[in-house]
Write a protein that binds this ligand. Structure first.
Ligand code: B3K
Ligand code: ZN
Length: 904
């Protein structure tokens, strides 16, 4: 192992920092082979640490060469300090400094680093021709020696010196306070950030960049300059991000009362980036995939992602930067809250119900799987080996659900009071999830003691609910049982406090009044309420229920739980068509499909002939008829919602639901049902496909996106027909479409088609697509993905061939994600082929990336970590690959942690 000291770090060991840094002055000389970094740290002993004062100062630092070190202008020798692979320690400071150790001293050093050789994309590195940084979580220690922890907050002044021709643009956080030319062809710029911040929010960019500029006038009338920096060729792809940014700034003022603080806000797009984007103070750095967008090159989904990520990073300015995390165990404090904020923003910008449907689908498929696997951890973890492994769906998505549940429990007004209190009380501080909950408790007067278990207990709770109607007593009783399966390190779980939003539907589908037994007569009886589920078994008795109701439970997915209620298919159909809650209508449709799929899966496993339930066929007919009426002008229903209703539950979700995953069975049955539905409704799909054609100019607005989604869902079913006509229609859409959404959809269907006649069109389209877009890196990524996710046999071999394609680059995370991750994560039937070849393939890639980019390597591993969910034959093969990885001589902490936890 490279990091022989891959040791576990525990939250319980947290201690205040021994020293604080008031001011950090940095000076960079960016060179073509090495970069010189000079830092002047204005330090003093932490005045809060009475009694346990330190005499030695330990700074974090990795992969750098120390040139010199000075204390208050005096050069130090190795008698005064020592270094190792991960740190520098200065000893005997009281003797060297006297009182100044407490009143203030300056530690200055010069270090030499090699950004050109930094393939981990953490710290200072080169992306194509530009210099850029990524410091969260612990990347700053690869730039210079520092106390690299989020509760050490300093003002930063940064000077960058670089060749003027190669790097005309020099950026860092805050305001540009001075700049000038040097006589040797270099130039310099100095940036000052007046807000104290942890070093993980530091950023530097140098390159040949162009920008678009706009302005935003804040609620208090301040004029903010907004700039998006990109390569020259991408200047035409910035407008959507700029519009999203302005919308986000306005929204945060209106919904949270948060105003932007600096005079300038900058976004820089870079090609090589480990994740989506980074919220560095005043200088956000973005993966090009999350900022660039225009109709010709970008799908609707990518447009929406740009809007969401731009907003997310902007919102961090308050939830993350002004109020930051005390330590990395508190990561969800900023991430969960900010995901919740960006989800609400997107809901307000587009269709609220569809946004919820998409988020819940994602959560239930991916986060639930994580919570049931070997890496399961609480929203506030107790320990980790490598913090980079904890930027997880649990921290982000489940963390956002936890914030959403607090709002469910205390109500929207109190939630706003709570967030105001939180921001005001903790502005400029590094705090904990406990501080967040306390603010919410204080503002609302609600006791959240039991609720806090959502932060400390991992695993997805289950709710088993039964209903009983007593016609004589006119009561309806809900019996709610909760439980939570064991997770690694937590075999026993205490009951959670679960907000269960619900209603009772009468025979016409209207919400009945909801008076609970024991409640005062005359108290308002609403048609919807949030029940506080707190006990392992709990009874709720509704009174005055004049007829047998159909319960509508967990409306809006008010808690991240697995709900079991034994609905008949007729009841599901009723909820699907009548419920006032849009989310539950969709959910009932999914439940019905799951029901039918499970039934057929049993038949399939017993070797019986398959028959699709007529109820499901009729339900689809109803949805299609509504969609047709709607497209003809009735416009009563949300087209985006209709598109969602026509999609069967994904193989990934069906796998998550299974105790043991029958890869082939799930694929076979789902395909069978989709083919049957296509066959039964070919005319309706064809009619709707035509009705959804639009001659309007492309707009990535909610209405346009919905229409294209519906149209392309129809095409996906039509392509299941053997008639060559549909192939031709699809090919024509591919050729004629002027927007990437329609081009991409058509290409996907052609590539996935199993009909022999598709082969020629498929090759033509793929060749044409590459020729047309080979200069657009992001579009080429789509080209890789389309091919990687084809369920046809032979895809693994094709993926291997594509890895030698001129456009593939293993050092670029977007390329790895679009080809290798796409194949391993979204092509179950090929990835889990019984030969085990794909497992071996994935392990090979992890082993290769382990040495160059550990973060990407460890992330890539995820599908292998789920080995216990498969049958014995696959388990053996998957485990063998994990063991092969574990036996590698130089394992990074990142990969070591995931592999060792998966094998325990
Ligand atoms: N805060 C960053 C994530 C950093 C990941 C470091 N491994 C982006 C975000 O969540 O906004
Ligand atoms: Zn974030």
């Amino acid at each position: 192992m490279r990091d022989a000291q891959a040791k576990t770090i525990y939250l319980k060991d947290y201690q205040l920092p021994a020293f604080v840094i008031e001011l950090t002055e940095l000076h960079f000389e960016l060179g073509e082979t090495a970069t010189h970094v000079r830092s002047r740290l204005h330090l003093r002993r932490n005045p809060e640490l009475l009694g346990n004062q330190q005499d030695a100062l330990r700074l974090d630092g990795q992969d750098m060469q120390l040139v010199w070190l000075k204390l208050n202008d005096q050069t130090l020798t190795e008698q005064n300090y020592s270094t190792d692979e991960e740190s520098l320690t200065v000893f005997g400071l009281s003797a060297l400094l006297g009182e100044a150790i407490d009143t203030g001293f300056v530690l200055e050093c010069e270090t030499l680093i090699k950004p050109q050789e930094n393939t981990s994309l953490e710290g200072l590195y080169k992306s194509q021709k530009m210099f850029c940084t990524q410091c969260e979580a612990e990347g700053f220690r690869k730039i210079t020696y520092y106390i690299d922890r989020p509760d050490v907050m300093a003002k930063f002044v940064t000077t960058i010196v670089a060749d003027k021709e190669r790097y005309p643009v020099l950026l860092s956080n805050g305001n540009n306070i001075a700049s000038g030319d040097l006589s040797d062809g270099r130039h310099w710029a100095t940036w000052e950030d007046p807000f104290r911040k942890p070093c993980y929010l530091f950023a530097l960019v140098a390159g040949e960049l162009r920008f678009i500029e706009d302005h935003f006038v804040t609620c208090s009338g301040r004029d903010i300059t907004l700039r998006i920096f990109v390569e020259d060729k991408d200047l035409d792809k910035c407008d959507h991000a700029m519009l999203s940014l302005k919308n986000a700034m306005r929204w945060d003022e209106e919904v949270y009362g948060r105003e932007y603080d600096l005079d300038i806000f900058m976004i820089v797009a870079v090609d090589d980036f480990n994740m989506g984007a980074m919220e560095n103070k005043g200088l956000n750095i973005f993966n090009t995939s999350c900022v660039l967008a225009n109709p010709a090159t970008t799908t609707d989904m990518a447009f929406q992602r740009v809007e969401a990520v731009v907003a997310h990073e902007y919102f961090h300015n308050w939830s993350g930067n002004r109020v930051t995390c005390r330590d990395w165990f508190q990561l969800s404090l900023k991430e969960g809250f900010t995901v919740y904020r960006d989800a609400e923003f997107s809901a307000d910008m587009g269709s609220r119900t569809v946004k919820r449907v998409e988020d819940v689908s994602f959560l239930r498929t991916q986060q639930f799987a994580e919570d049931a696997g070997p890496m399961a951890h609480p929203v506030r973890p107790d320990s980790f080996m490598e913090i980079s492994n904890f930027y997880t769906l649990t921290i982000y998505e489940k963390g956002a659900e936890v914030v959403r549940m607090i709002r469910e429990l205390i109500g929207p007004e109190n939630f706003r009071k709570g967030s105001d209190l939180y921001f005001e009380r903790h502005d400029g501080q590094a705090v904990t999830t406990e501080d967040f909950v306390l603010a919410m408790e204080e503002a609302s007067g609600t006791d959240l003691t039991q609720f806090r278990r959502w932060y400390t207990q991992a695993g997805t709770p289950q709710l088993h609910i039964t209903g009983h109607y007593d016609a004589d007593a006119q009561t309806y009783e809900l019996l709610v049982r909760q439980s939570c399966p064991p997770t690694p390190e937590q075999s026993f779980k205490e009951p959670f406090h679960i907000p269960l939003r619900m209603g009772l539907l009468d025979a016409d589908g209207y919400d009945m009044p909801l008076g609970l037994e024991g409640e005062k007569r005359g108290s308002p009886t609403l048609g919807e309420r949030v029940l506080d589920v707190t006990k392992p078994i709990q009874k709720f008795v509704f009174t005055g229920v004049t007829s047998k109701p159909v319960p509508s439970l967990l409306r809006g997915f008010s808690a991240p739980v697995k709900l079991h209620f034994d609905y008949t298919r007729d009841e599901l159909l009723f909820v699907m068509t009548r419920d006032s809650d849009g989310f539950n209508r969709w959910n009932a449709a999914q439940e019905m499909a799951i029901n039918v799929i499970h039934e057929l899966l049993e038949q399939h496993q017993q070797g019986l002939p398959l028959m699709v339930d007529e109820g499901l066929v009729r339900a689809f007919a109803d949805v299609l008829q509504s969609a047709i009426d709607d497209a003809r002008g009735a416009q009563v229903l949300d087209q985006a919602m209709l598109a969602q209703l026509l999609v069967l539950p994904s193989e990934a979700y069906l796998s998550e639901l299974a105790a043991q995953i029958d890869v082939d069975g799930i694929h076979h049955v789902r395909e069978f049902i989709a083919n049957q539905l296509a066959l039964s409704h070919v005319n309706a799909f064809a009619q709707l496909y035509t009705l959804c054609q639009s001659s309007n100019l492309y707009k990535a607005d909610a209405a346009g996106i919905a229409k294209r989604a519906l149209k392309n869902v129809c095409l996906s079913y039509l392509m299941r027909q053997p008639e060559a006509d549909w192939l031709e229609t699809c090919y024509q859409q591919y050729l004629a479409a002027e927007n990437m959404t329609d081009v991409d959809a058509a290409l996907r269907f052609l590539v996935n088609s199993r009909y022999p006649k598709a082969a020629v069109l498929r090759s033509q389209a793929l060749a044409d697509f590459y020729a047309r877009w080979k200069h657009e890196s992001l579009v080429v990524n789509q080209w890789f993905t389309v091919q990687a996710i084809a369920s046809r046999p032979g895809t693994l071999q094709h993926v291997k061939t594509l890895m030698h394609h001129e456009a593939f680059d293993m050092r670029n995370p977007n390329k790895v994600r679009s080809l290798i991750s796409a194949f391993c994560n979204t092509n179950a039937i090929n990835f889990h082929h019984v030969s085990g070849d794909a497992y071996e393939f994935l392990a090979d890639q992890v082993i290769a990336l382990n040495l160059t980019n550990p973060q990407i390597a460890s992330r890539l591993l995820t599908p292998l970590t789920r080995w216990k969910k498969f049958g014995p034959a696959r388990q053996v093969l998957m485990k063998a690959q994990l063991e092969r990885i574990a036996a590698q001589p130089e394992l990074s902490k990142d990969v070591f942690e995931v592999v060792s936890k998966s094998l325990r």
